[in-house]
Design a protein around this ligand. Structure first.
Ligand SMILES: [Mn+2]
Length: 183
């Protein structure tokens, strides 16, 4: 949802699924409005062209190259395969997980401008996993346990409605992985 008063959104969600893996990404281009929306489109186009099986380092590197010389962005990229979740988040897009202990960590920097050493987090999957990713247009003051009994759609709506900050573009992505790790 765009910031209040804007008609275009600088946040994007990109999801790609291959036989082997699912890629989940949230982009938050710097600022808001039309310039942020153009940068978000550029990042999303780069992400749509990424093969999920190449891994998060390649996904972040390709988006970084596509945005170079343009307005930068925050980017969370996760790849979930049969027995592993791997992810990285440059900037401030956050991730919560339940069912599996995911050692989420942020990487300082801006995709397209500068990235210090990319911090990749990984966890083995041995149980159903729920992921909630959200941009900084959503308050981080919620607990996964509050929405444990909610469907992904209902959890997404509730986190959004209760946490939306109207001064920024806002995104919530909820994904459940069960048998076979297909969302
Ligand atoms: Mn933002």
């Amino acid at each position: 949802m765009p910031r209040e008063g804007e008609t275009v959104n600088g946040d994007r969600v990109v999801i790609r699924t291959s036989d082997a893996a699912t890629m989940l990404c949230v982009v938050d281009a710097l600022g808001h409005g039309p310039h942020a929306a153009v940068a978000a489109d550029t990042a999303a186009n780069a992400l749509e062209a990424c093969d999920p099986s190449r891994g998060v380092e390649a996904i972040v590197a390709e988006t970084h190259a596509a945005l170079r010389g343009r307005r930068g962005a925050c980017l969370l990229a996760c790849v979930v395969s049969a027995d592993l979740i791997e992810g990285a988040s440059v900037g401030n897009v956050e991730l919560r997980a339940s069912g599996v202990d995911v050692p989420f960590v942020l990487t300082p920097g801006v995709v397209g401008a500068r990235i210090t050493r990319l911090r990749v987090f990984r966890a083995r999957l041995g149980a159903p996993l729920r992921l909630v990713a959200f941009s900084d247009g959503i308050s981080a003051k919620f607990q996964m346990s509050e929405y444990a009994d909610f469907s992904p759609e209902a959890a997404c709506r509730a986190i959004f409605d209760r946490g939306r900050r109207p001064h920024d573009d806002a995104t919530v992505l909820v994904a459940d992985f069960g048998a076979g790790n297909q969302p």
